[in-house]
Design a protein around this ligand. Structure first.
Ligand SMILES: [Zn+2]
Length: 294
């Protein structure tokens, strides 16, 4: 029996209303409390871990379990909390203009830590539990999210074929993860907004300095990301998030295993970081706030 996930309980109708078949785009209905089925009989079973795989075809993700476990350990240490607090502030100041609880999707949620933290903070701030959906292409991440965070709906899904109805969400979170703006525009409520978190030039600069000294990856620019965002959405605000954290040994390892910066770095340079007893690391991010163009 699938465990008693939110989809099976009081919120069933609500989450069903947000979903659509990724193959034929018809609505999905929960049948026998264990499968989502459209009228063309495309069927997606709930996994016993409490998530649903809504991929229309198999896709191999390059993100693996080690990466997600490392990311989760780092998140539990509070590494992303200043970012999550800032995202919560932005959402709760807007939430007042809606007379019901918000529908929020985290597109590219990984192992779900950011979304789960933001959901709890919003509940504390506003007294309302937002309806949160986490989606990611990597099954390993979604499995961990469903295991650890039962208050959200988790699905494996492809950003290019989001399994959600038009205008489903008031808030789309997209945190250090690729975007699909055509789909974002489609699933975004006309009064809603996209919060996209991007790295700024000093993000994890201490790693970059060792891994990529004197190569073209030593410096980072997000100019192309900004340009793409503004091609699709009206950029209404840029909120900087800048802080440092001192990491002890186990967390240094987690950081190294979590970040794609490690991919392509020389072993010898990675070892140099792993041998450190302590590392002060810079988190330098920006939150782009975007709305539909008028
Ligand atoms: Zn279908």
């Amino acid at each position: 029996m699938p465990k008693s996930i939110i989809l099976n309980e009081t919120h069933t109708g609500h989450f069903e209303d947000l979903l659509r078949c990724p193959i034929c785009q018809h609505t999905l209905s929960l049948v026998d409390r264990k499968s989502l089925i459209c009228k063309n009989k495309h069927c997606f079973d709930l996994a016993k871990q409490g998530y649903v795989n809504l991929l229309s075809h198999g896709i191999k993700s390059k993100y693996n379990k080690t990466l997600f476990e490392s990311r989760k350990n780092l998140a539990q240490s509070g590494f992303f909390e200043p970012l999550n607090s800032k995202l919560c502030d932005l959402i709760s100041s807007e939430a007042k203009s809606f007379d019901r609880s918000l529908n929020i999707v985290d597109a590219g949620c990984g192992e779900g830590s950011n979304l789960a933290s933001i959901q709890q903070k919003l509940y504390q701030h506003t007294g309302r539990m937002p309806s949160c959906v986490g989606m990611d292409l990597a099954k390993e991440g979604i499995q961990m999210a469903a295991r650890d965070f039962e208050d959200s709906f988790w699905c494996v899904a492809d950003l290019a074929q989001c399994p959600f109805v038009d205008h489903a969400f008031e808030v789309i979170l997209n945190i250090l993860s690729p975007a699909n703006y055509a789909e974002f525009e489609r699933i975004l409520n006309p009064d809603g907004y996209v919060l996209k978190v991007i790295p700024e030039k000093d993000y994890l600069k201490e790693l970059r300095a060792v891994f990529y000294a004197e190569t073209d990856r030593e410096d980072y620019t997000n100019a192309k990301t900004m340009e793409l965002f503004e091609n699709h959405l009206a950029l209404t605000e840029i909120v900087p998030v800048h802080y440092t954290r001192t990491l002890a040994k186990p967390l240094i390892e987690n950081l190294v295993h979590m970040t794609p910066l490690t991919w392509g770095a020389q072993e010898e340079r990675i070892d140099r970081i792993l041998k450190l007893d302590s590392l002060e690391i810079t988190v330098d991010l920006a939150i782009l706030v975007g709305r539909k163009k008028g």
